[in-house]
Write a protein that binds this ligand. Structure first.
Ligand code: ASP
Length: 332
């Protein structure tokens, strides 16, 4: 920053998680957004930060309604002059929350999601370094237009690719499809690649919940729980199939029946690579399932496909729009 320049205004919203967890007998989220920021004096050299606590919970407690409200709060902060937003939260669901925020907020100001793998009571706690790096990225002109990104372990990951890959490692976040899109070195933000295309979805605030189930196909299972889904209130399903998009033959009739009444999306349980569409022809193969009305998830894994389908259903999308969104999730 040139000394005479006014530092950028950055909003920090804390949601809880390991980064804010302290105490004895098992840590719990206790530190507020203000506590997290005031622990890192270096932040004042980078930005003028306005911190607050949006939620105080483990990240598995967050819901789509919370994220829709959070997206509104982020947009309000941008309207009031903030040039970037940092969300601190539990790492367990960062690959989901960042993906949803990326779809909900269509602004050039960067949105950075971060957290910690080692809580503040442990030697080598990574929260302060991650939060400082997140504020640096949020303050950087070069991060404008990237959408929502995850900053962790000095790497920058696009929300559309990132996944949590390890239970404890500070290097848990990986982007199998593309690698990190940038990094932070001695406070300098380097963007190496920019994600192509953008999708914006506007679900109605306070709209009806449209529950989507996520089901993983497994060796020897016939999917006997599947016919129960409509009775349980589910209005959509994402199947994490084996390999390129395969299930045991015993599951096929059940999936076909569901696809007659609700969108059923075919993803892969492998965690990376597009689901196949025209390679295998055996019963239970991707060609068999797609011929029976399932929708290919394209590049999206099961967790992200479930969220895209949930948001599309909440915004009133019909079958054509749903198929189109999975075929081309990020139009240019
Ligand atoms: N292990 C989690 C974390 O990293 C707990 C959570 O997601 O809240 O914060």
């Amino acid at each position: 920053m040139i000394p005479s320049m006014k530092p950028p205004e950055i909003t920090v919203l804390s949601l809880g998680g390991t980064i804010s967890s302290t105490g004895e007998g098992g840590v719990k989220p206790t530190l507020t957004g203000e506590d997290l920021v005031s622990d890192i004096p270096e932040i004042a050299d980078v930005a003028e930060v306005e911190a607050s606590s949006f939620r105080q919970s483990p990240s598995g407690e967050l819901t789509l309604d919370d994220l829709i409200e959070l997206a509104g709060e982020i947009e309000d902060s941008f309207d009031s002059g903030s040039s970037g937003a940092v969300i601190t939260q539990g790492t367990d669901t960062i690959e989901e929350t960042s993906f949803v925020l990326d779809l909900l907020v269509n602004r050039d100001e960067p949105i950075i999601v971060t957290g910690a793998m080692r809580n503040p009571t442990l030697p080598g706690a990574d929260g302060p370094a991650n939060l400082l790096a997140a504020v640096e990225v949020a303050s950087s002109e070069s991060a404008r237009g990237l959408g929502t990104v995850v900053v962790f372990n000095d790497e920058i990951h696009a929300a559309r690719f990132v996944r949590k890959t390890h239970t404890q490692s500070p290097a848990t976040f990986r982007s199998e499809a593309a690698g990190p899109i940038g990094g932070i070195s001695e406070g300098n933000v380097r963007i190496a690649a920019r994600p192509v295309g953008r999708r914006n979805i506007r679900p109605s605030r306070g709209g009806e919940d449209r529950p989507v189930a996520l089901f993983t196909a497994a060796l020897g299972d016939d999917g006997r729980m599947l016919p129960e889904l409509p009775r349980l209130g589910y209005v959509g399903l994402v199947v994490e199939a084996m390999g390129g998009g395969h299930v045991p033959e015993a599951m096929v009739g059940r999936l076909e029946k569901l696809a007659e009444t609700m969108p059923v999306v075919l993803a892969s349980r492998t965690g990376s690579g597009d689901v196949l569409e025209k390679t295998y022809g055996f019963p239970g193969s991707e060609m068999d399932l797609l011929g029976r009305g399932l929708v290919p998830a394209g590049m999206l894994d099961g967790l992200k496909a479930r969220l895209l389908l949930s948001l599309l259903l909440r915004s009133g999308a019909g079958e054509d729009e749903i198929r189109d969104a999975f075929r081309n999730p990020y139009p240019i």
